[in-house]
Ligand binder design. Structure first.
Ligand code: OXD
Ligand code: MN
Length: 583
């Protein structure tokens, strides 16, 4: 499919290492993908779902020991440990290459190697980057077809260029003890072994679009971020774009596909989805910050998705979708906890066991997923394929905080905004294993995804602000998860978050009032029309408890200490300012 010497030499080397029986180039044609679906059905790798109810949909189970990303087995192997930083696991590149080569050696004997050329971003866009993933999994090929742009058009776009990310994935034995997800950013190389779970094997997503891309972005002057992108349309038909970063399990996909409250909908307000997980941001020809979503699909968490929480996500999964580790109903459709309606009397659970509501275990794994094409989404933005990206008016950071952060506040300027992003944190919920209410610091929601030292990452953010100058987006922080003294959520969330987004856009346009507080600008009021919420509750939601904040500052200091000399002066200055303001 190509005469690109660099590609062919690399492929030759990987084939010699893994020793597959056959090498198959993925051209992206429907005929080829249909044949692969058929082959994977014949071996049981995937199951064809009820084609009347879920046309083009398939089902897959991973091994029970292989259901999530493995942060403790994920490495950034830069030449020095300092380049990877305290935020990453590190091993010397030579040592890791040797270790991984031993694992890959002969690992594809009796298997086929699929060669997937893929583009992150629209093919040919100045934002886009090309990768080639070698894998022995048809499931990976089919998921990459949904999550990225694949095939002949991509390899043609690459031409003779050497600028592509070399990705190798081998399922090997799915041995959790020998599972590694490894990045060599200086070589644009990603090696993954012994997993079949999405986040570890769909190498275009977290591995390339965040870890490698953040490294490239620093060298090339742009940003790769763990952010949704949405367009907010007002009744005049004007659309303003927001990019927002939240740690995992804070409702990014729900916010990206938000449906406004009835009375705002009636006035003509709408939300359009550009992306739900990753944004690549560059300074455009007019000096403003522009974003694309490098992905082509949604790899969303299934449990909890229903016609109330996220009807648009649900609608996206109704055709051409792959479901992984959900419950399989007897009629060939799917079920997960938190779906609409009652649980079925009987199904086969994510482990392949017979299941009834009395089984006492979940039918779907809590991290079970749907891989759905973005074009299925009823609210997908008309700008989704725009090669030039969308101009970003506001950047929003958020976390899950019971007491600390108010519903919304605005940074005084870019440097303060970067500090707010750098101090982002979330409290653990009962949904996850471990203690409840433990604060986890997760700067810009990038802690697991930054491909280099986070001290340098903060400096890069500050540098971007200098380049943007007065064209920089305004920066905000939101918290949908504040609790009252009875432990109940004070803010309704979901569609009503639109009220906060409207305030944010109004601030960007100089239309809304705010008051200064020790932590930044607070709204004087948020629109609560038709909402059953008292003035006292609103007051509390927008309040700042100085004592609680002083505690948080202590934790922030401890967190920042690990970056030593790498912590930029701008962050130190903002920390000192916050402390002084609170005293
Ligand atoms: C994801 C995550 O899967 O952030 O998107 O964990
Ligand atoms: Mn994510």
């Amino acid at each position: 499919m190509t005469t690109n010497k660099t590609v062919l030499a690399w492929l030759d080397e990987m084939v010699k290492l893994c020793q597959p029986d056959d090498v198959i180039w993925i051209d992206g044609s429907k005929e080829q993908l249909d044949a692969l679906r058929e082959e994977a059905c014949s071996t049981g790798e995937i199951i064809k779902l009820n084609q009347d109810k879920l046309p083009g949909c398939y089902y897959h189970r991973t091994a029970v020991n292989d259901v999530a990303r493995v942060e403790d087995r994920t490495f950034i192997c830069t030449p020095t440990k300092e380049e990877a930083g305290p935020n990453n696991n590190w091993m010397a590149p030579d040592e890791m290459y040797a270790k991984m080569r031993a694992l890959y050696n002969g690992s594809m004997k009796g298997r086929k190697m699929y060669v997937i050329p893929y583009s992150m971003g629209p093919v040919g866009s100045p934002f886009s980057k090309i990768g080639i993933e070698l894998t022995d999994s048809i499931y990976v090929v089919l998921n990459m077809d949904i999550m990225t742009r694949i095939g002949k058009a991509v390899i043609d776009q690459l031409g003779d260029s050497t600028d592509f990310v070399k990705c190798l994935h081998a399922k090997k034995d799915i041995d959790a003890e020998e599972r590694y997800i490894v990045h060599f950013p200086q070589d644009s190389t990603i090696w993954s072994v012994n997993s079949g779970y999405g986040g570890n094997v769909l190498l275009g997503k977290k591995c390339f679009a965040l870890r490698i891309a953040s490294y490239l972005g620093r060298n090339e002057g742009w940003l790769a971020e763990h952010m949704l992108i949405l367009g907010l349309e007002n009744p005049k038909g004007e659309v303003k774009y927001i990019a927002a970063a939240f740690p995992s399990a804070c409702g990014k996909t729900n916010l990206a596909m938000l449906i406004p409250p009835e009375y705002l909908k009636k006035q003509g307000y709408k939300v359009w989805t550009v992306g739900d997980d990753i944004a690549w941001l560059r300074i455009g020809p007019d000096g403003r910050l522009y974003a694309i979503n490098p992905e082509a699909g949604f790899f969303g968490v299934a449990p909890g998705t229903n016609s109330k929480t996220n009807p648009n996500a649900l609608a996206s999964t109704m055709k051409d979708t792959i479901f992984t580790n959900v419950g399989l109903k007897d009629d060939g459709t799917v079920y997960w906890e938190g779906m609409d309606g009652d649980a079925p009397d009987h199904l086969t659970d994510w482990k392949g066991n017979p299941w009834t509501p009395a089984s006492g275990v979940p039918a779907a794994h809590p991290n079970s997923r749907f891989t759905a094409p973005a074009k299925n989404c009823p609210c997908i933005s008309s700008e989704f394929e725009n090669s030039a990206g969308v101009p970003i008016s506001a950047i929003v950071f958020g976390g899950r905080r019971a007491k600390t952060a108010p519903l919304v506040y605005q940074a005084r300027d870019w440097q303060h905004g970067v500090f707010i992003g750098a101090t982002m944190a979330s409290e653990t919920t009962a949904a996850a294993i471990g203690e409840v209410g433990v604060v986890r610091r997760d700067p810009m929601a990038m802690k697991p995804f930054c491909g280099y030292n986070m001290g340098d990452y903060f400096a890069h953010w500050l540098e971007m602000g200098k380049k943007l100058g007065d064209k920089a987006p305004k920066i905000f922080h939101v918290n949908w998860f504040r609790l009252d003294s009875n432990g109940k959520f004070m803010w309704p969330g979901f569609g009503d978050n639109m009220r906060v987004l409207n305030w944010i856009i109004d601030r960007c346009e100089g239309k809304a009032d705010a008051v200064e507080s020790p932590i930044g600008y607070l709204p004087t009021s948020i629109d609560t029309t038709d909402l059953d919420i008292s003035e006292d509750v609103m007051k509390e939601l927008l309040s700042v408890d100085k004592a609680v904040w002083m505690e948080d500052v202590k934790d922030q200091k401890e967190f920042f200490a690990q970056f030593g000399d790498k912590l930029p002066q701008g962050i130190k200055d903002e920390l000192a300012k916050l402390e002084a303001n609170l005293k």
